[in-house]
Write a protein that binds this ligand. Structure first.
Ligand SMILES: [Zn+2]
Length: 98
């Protein structure tokens, strides 16, 4: 089930390449806690995709890197209040944080 082809199935946004002045986020290994709601996501046609997640009142960004088909490493940002995380998500899409 490898889906590397871009069109025509790209319905979700792609992250822009990072800007020269981008801010590096701290990424932690995922705890894989079950009660996570995924609110937004980037297109998974790329080897790295991101999700905007909510868990117990706080939000965070989740990054999934696929090393090979069926093998992925998942990392999570710090957790923030909803509005702050939503702004972080926009910055991520625009290549301002990564
Ligand atoms: Zn795509």
């Amino acid at each position: 089930m490898v889906r590397w082809d871009c069109p025509p199935r790209c319905l979700s946004p792609h992250v822009s390449p990072v800007r020269s002045h981008f801010e590096e986020l701290t990424w932690h290994p995922s705890h894989g806690d079950g009660r996570v709601r995924v609110l937004r996501w980037t297109c998974d046609c790329e080897p790295v995709f991101y999700e905007l997640c909510q868990a117990s009142g706080l939000r965070f960004l989740r990054r999934t890197r696929r090393a090979a088909p069926g093998r992925a490493s998942v990392a999570e940002s710090d957790r923030w209040q909803a509005q702050e995380t939503d702004e972080m998500w926009i910055a991520l899409l625009h290549g301002l944080v990564r």
